[in-house]
Write a protein that binds this ligand. Sequence first.
Ligand SMILES: NC(=O)c1ccc[n+]([C@@H]2O[C@H](COP(=O)([O-])OP(=O)(O)OC[C@H]3O[C@@H](n4cnc5c(N)ncnc54)[C@H](OP(=O)(O)O)[C@@H]3O)[C@@H](O)[C@H]2O)c1
Length: 295
Amino acid sequence: MFLVTGATGGLGRRIVRLLREREQAVRAFVRLTSRYAELEQRGADIVIGDLERERDLQKATRGIQYVISTHGSNEANDGSAQAIDYQANIDLIDYAKDAGVEHFVFVSVLGADRGYEDAPVFKAKYAVERYLQTSGLPYTILRPSGFASNLLPLAERFRQTGTYLLIGDPKNRSSIVSTDDLAQIAVDAVTVAGARNQILPVGGPQILHREDVASIFGRVFNREPFLINAPMGAIDVVRNAVGLFNPQSREALGTLRTLLANEFFCTPAETDRLESMFEMKLESLESFIRRYLSV
Ligand SMILES: NC(=O)c1ccc[n+]([C@@H]2O[C@H](COP(=O)([O-])OP(=O)(O)OC[C@H]3O[C@@H](n4cnc5c(N)ncnc54)[C@H](OP(=O)(O)O)[C@@H]3O)[C@@H](O)[C@H]2O)c1
């Protein structure tokens, strides 16, 4: 049986769906307050808990063969990088080891190893990567770039208004990955021999400038894009104002700033390696948007 943490998230949900489509047994770790009815309907075994409670993790790992860790802290779920991205993964690795888990898949982030000082999520992910590598558990560490599914609400807004808001340098490059491709890679990582004990950067098939996203939306919706380009300073202003009242949000905005200020893309050699290792063709952002928004 698989255990998926972050099962109600953008990626985790897709992993549970895929496992159920393949008729694999899966336990979905969810919070009582999460929207998990769909996962239950698909036949996932629901375990309710909080990643900040060790005994919940201990219970969830009993009888598990494979773990896929996809949970993460963000502004919306009010978690801290230290508690959720770091400590919950360390505890999960320890209990997975106790339970005799055969393979642990950890979803990290592209650039985790670049030593960004002001990005608590990146720091936490890198520390977890190192812990997992020396844990003795067979593992696969995935380092994805930005998810295509994050852009769906922006595409929907573009469809209605024709505008696209871009903060920072429009020439910054990224290789946005289809969240469905990433889900497939996460699931297959436990059986594909070449993925064992590897760190794999995961990106889409194209290296895009951030401004290209507006052009793609323009093509998909047959509409001239109106690009609003705000400077990086805008984030700093918000961050300093928010930080006066809420230090945790200030911390989270540091990670967001790092994401907006830097480039996150995979080289063609890295994507070729992924495609041949997992015997798949990576999907473009344009195809992903068309498929989800039925255009
Ligand atoms: N999104 C990206 O572009 C991107 C890029 C690179 C790497 N990543 C990494 O990929 C992973 C998946 O990202 P995502 O966008 O799918 O995440 P997401 O949609 O933000 O989902 C986060 C998940 O973690 C769960 N969670 C948070 N705190 C919890 C707690 N205390 N107890 C139990 N569950 C908790 C959330 O549950 P609730 O539903 O209850 O809130 C949710 O299921 C994350 O590790 C992220 O850092 C994301």
